[in-house]
Write a protein that binds this ligand. Structure first.
Ligand code: NOJ
Ligand code: CA
Length: 513
């Protein structure tokens, strides 16, 4: 069962480089996050996920960890992070760090020893080495010619990220160790040690990077990788029963039974999630929330989501993020009204919502050169924009010294500019999250049921006894519905509910009690 505190949790994802710089070095820091905790609380977010903030050469923005127990100096000290945990807890905010269990940086001391000419040593099998000096393996990506050791090694993502060795479900070659080999078990135990370290310093859990990637030659059901997570969960149940694990996996049917509290639905083609906010996998842009989508159909997403929801609703939660540091911001495709409707949907669904920093003010995606292995993702990682002061309030450094540029447009969105307008993006997010916190039937556990998802009709759904309807199109849509005796708890656009009929004006949304 997922941790109880998730029932009413709403997460705020912070890319720490770009949130708030308090010492004018152009890069966000822990003290900057502490300074903004009241702001985060004012949004209605009561939990944080901070992207990797550990010592790293930053070839993949910190997903290349060099020391799992030491924070990167550019963000502050370990003590600053412990203080962040404490200050957040005082304000009722939990904090998840980002655990990267599948790989380390090639500069991690484990890898330095693993690749050395002195073999064997304690870390020889911490990574996956072939027994050939120049050739690798047909079906796993490998690097040759880089190590002192006579062998090639398997990577998990970029070249700088050698894969940690949790073993092979069914080894096919002598260099492929079985999962129960003591050296593979040692890798798992080392990762549990990292988990214990941060939990005992006050963190509340982890977002788990590439959670599906641990065991190689795993089967379709990820039997090997799941058994590792079950083992981790047993440790947590015994030692840190409130600790939360959120998987980057997008297979809730596998991850949740394996011990994760929640799993992200990401833009991978198999999820069809991109059809909601940015339909880039199909030749025609049918983004569901675009007013002018030529062939709008929520079933593209719902058909997949419902299968997972039904299979896992008693086991754990599905998380649908507004965006993350790997995807193009939703403001890229959706205008303000479209975004408000999208958030109305995301924040009234079951499971645990995640708001990516800046999405609450419709921060824009910027076409800028790559930084720290970001490539196209860099445009979604630019500084938070607070007000009209220098660097839009992100930093007192000179503009050229900023981690990434702020939006140069004259009308760049900021928190301050939206603060006093009740209809702003910012205040709409606040109103939606307040509604969720005030209404148990909109939170993680209340049942979800589709009433109508037919094309050309409003999308109508139930959360517990509440009836909700959504019309992202530019036309008025009418549908027979059980509306009599109900009152609106919240509405956007023109909505008329009477005499067994629900008339949904263009671009409208309603929650009926
Ligand atoms: C997923 C992370 O979200 C992404 O930013 C990173 O590049 C890869 N995993 C590799 O760790
Ligand atoms: Ca700084």
């Amino acid at each position: 069962m997922p941790a109880k505190w998730l029932k009413d949790a709403v997460f705020y994802e912070i890319y720490p480089q770009s949130f708030n710089d308090t010492n004018a070095d152009g890069i966000g820091d822990f003290n900057g996050i502490v300074e903004k905790l009241d702001y985060i609380r004012s949004l209605g977010c009561n939990a944080l996920w901070i992207n990797p903030c550990f010592d790293s050469p930053f070839h993949d923005a910190g997903y290349d960890v060099r020391d799992y127990k030491q924070v990167a100096a550019r963000y502050g000290t370990n003590e600053d992070l412990y203080r962040l945990f404490e200050e957040a807890h005082k304000k009722g905010i939990r904090v998840l760090l980002d655990l990267v269990p599948g790989h380390t940086s090639e500069e991690h001391p484990w890898f330095r020893k693993s690749q050395s000419a002195q073999q064997p040593n304690e870390f020889s099998n911490r990574y996956i080495w072939t027994d050939r000096w120049f050739a690798g393996c047909q079906d796993l990506p490998y690097i040759a010619g880089e190590a002192e050791r006579s062998g090639t090694y398997i990577i998990n993502f970029f070249k700088c990220q050698p894969a940690l060795n949790y073993g092979f479900l069914k080894p096919r070659e002598p260099w492929q160790l079985p999962m129960d080999h003591p050296d593979c078990v040692a890798t798992r135990e080392a990762m549990k040690d990292v988990i214990r370290f941060w939990l005992s310093h006050g963190c509340d859990g982890f977002r788990v990077d590439m959670a599906m990637s641990l065991v190689k030659y795993d089967d379709e059901q990820k039997t090997g990788t799941c058994s590792i997570w079950r083992n981790v969960r047993q440790m947590l149940d015994a030692e840190f029963p409130e600790a939360v694990l959120v998987a980057e996996w997008s297979r809730p049917d596998l991850s949740l039974p394996a011990g994760f509290d929640a799993d992200f639905i990401l833009n991978d083609p198999h999820t069809n999630y991109s059809t909601l906010l940015r339909d880039y996998n199909s030749p025609v842009d049918n983004t569901y929330f675009r007013k002018d989508a030529p062939d709008r159909d929520i079933n593209r997403y719902l058909d997949i989501y419902r299968g997972w929801y039904e299979a896992t609703k008693d086991v754990g939660y599905i998380s649908m993020p507004t965006c993350n540091h790997d995807t193009v911001r939703p403001a890229y495709r959706l205008d303000e009204t479209e975004l408000k409707l999208a958030y109305a949907f995301l924040f009234t669904m079951p499971g645990v919502p995640f708001l990516y920093y800046g999405d609450e003010i419709a921060l824009r995606y910027q076409e800028i050169p790559t930084k720290e292995g970001g490539y196209f993702r860099t445009g979604s990682r630019t500084p938070m924009q607070w007000d009209g002061s220098k660097n839009l309030g992100f930093s007192d450094a000179e503009a050229e010294a900023l981690y990434l540029p702020v939006d140069p447009s004259a009308d760049a969105p900021t928190v301050a500019a939206q603060e006093d307008d009740p209809a702003s993006m910012l205040n709409t997010v606040r109103a939606l999250l307040k509604l969720r916190h005030d209404t148990e039937e909109l939170q993680a556990d209340a049942p979800f049921e589709v009433v109508c998802s037919e094309k050309g009709k409003p999308f109508v759904y139930r959360r517990g006894s509440l009836l909700l309807a959504l019309n992202p199109s530019g036309e008025k849509l009418i549908i027979d519905a059980d509306v009599d005796g109900r009152e609106a708890l919240y509405a956007m656009g023109m909505v008329d509910a009477a005499d067994g009929r629900l008339a949904m004006g263009p671009q409208s949304f309603v929650v009926l009690k």
